[in-house]
Design a protein around this ligand. Sequence first.
Ligand SMILES: *[C@@H]1O[C@H](CO)[C@@H](O)[C@H](O)[C@H]1NC(C)=O
Ligand SMILES: *[C@@H]1O[C@H](CO)[C@@H](O)[C@H](O)[C@H]1NC(C)=O
Ligand SMILES: *[C@@H]1O[C@H](CO)[C@@H](O)[C@H](O)[C@H]1NC(C)=O
Ligand SMILES: *[C@@H]1O[C@H](CO)[C@@H](O)[C@H](O)[C@H]1NC(C)=O
Ligand SMILES: *[C@@H]1O[C@H](CO)[C@@H](O)[C@H](O)[C@H]1NC(C)=O
Ligand SMILES: *[C@@H]1O[C@H](CO)[C@@H](O)[C@H](O)[C@H]1NC(C)=O
Ligand SMILES: *[C@@H]1O[C@H](CO)[C@@H](O)[C@H](O)[C@H]1NC(C)=O
Length: 206
Amino acid sequence: MIFVLLATISLLFIHHGQCAMQATANVRLDGTSQSIGTLQFYQSDPSSAVKITGALTLSNISSNLGFHVHALGVSESMPNCTAAGSHFNPYNTSHGPREANITSRHVGDLGNIVTLANGTAIINIEDKIVQLYTSNQSIINLSIVVHYGMDDGGSTGIKDSATTGNAGGRVACGLIKLASSNGLMNKPTLSALFLTIVLTFMMFLY
Ligand SMILES: *[C@@H]1O[C@H](CO)[C@@H](O)[C@H](O)[C@H]1NC(C)=O
Ligand SMILES: *[C@@H]1O[C@H](CO)[C@@H](O)[C@H](O)[C@H]1NC(C)=O
Ligand SMILES: *[C@@H]1O[C@H](CO)[C@@H](O)[C@H](O)[C@H]1NC(C)=O
Ligand SMILES: *[C@@H]1O[C@H](CO)[C@@H](O)[C@H](O)[C@H]1NC(C)=O
Ligand SMILES: *[C@@H]1O[C@H](CO)[C@@H](O)[C@H](O)[C@H]1NC(C)=O
Ligand SMILES: *[C@@H]1O[C@H](CO)[C@@H](O)[C@H](O)[C@H]1NC(C)=O
Ligand SMILES: *[C@@H]1O[C@H](CO)[C@@H](O)[C@H](O)[C@H]1NC(C)=O
């Protein structure tokens, strides 16, 4: 009986593993091949938040720097950040801070990242509006862009505030691509499959 239960649990793990989507973006300085770090994107199912983690090495210290998903993909090896186009805005809404709801920000509006005194930005964001699953909000094959200035959230009225948060030029960017051809998390899936086979075997032995 206990083995049936355990086998069911591990099957659930397999299911969970298969549903999870994972993507990465190697972020490079504009127009160069110089990488400043790689970001991980993870989403366990379409209704949970996308977790964005990683560390980027920048030359601005102790600064807030605008951080957005832009509408077009860029070259993976030597990105032209201007070619990433405008903020990813599938619903033609106005610019807003990350905390705003879907009608009050662009889907791609992820606010700011903060650099430490040594220039490193440790990124640990959870966002419920961007998606890795197929939908109008999917950011797969689009670009992540780091700006020179702070995103003011769109409400200051200064210069480009209403459209871009007045975050200025583009320091670095990267193509957001699925971690494997289908986005499956192969490792957890394979180990859960192995566990299930072993447990099923044991069920028959008893
Ligand atoms: C970068 O992309 C922009 C917009 O597509 C284009 O106008 C510009 O010429 C490109 N720059 C280079 C160096 O290719
Ligand atoms: C997007 O919204 C603006 C006004 O906020 C409007 O002028 C423009 O025509 C809209 N674009 C599309 C493609 O609907
Ligand atoms: C979204 O936020 C705006 C501004 O805070 C608010 O006016 C609007 O009612 C909110 N919409 C939803 C669906 O929560
Ligand atoms: C910058 O400082 C942080 C926090 O102390 C540390 O985690 C990070 O590794 C440092 N970055 C570099 C490039 O040394
Ligand atoms: C996705 O976009 C299409 C085309 O703009 C639109 O017809 C459809 O209603 C959108 N779907 C959702 C869920 O918003
Ligand atoms: C992303 O781009 C790749 C390569 O062009 C393509 O095969 C894939 O279908 C695209 N995926 C999505 C979700 O657009
Ligand atoms: C970041 O550095 C650039 C280039 O030196 C500068 O123009 C910009 O003002 C700096 N941004 C912040 C937020 O300090």
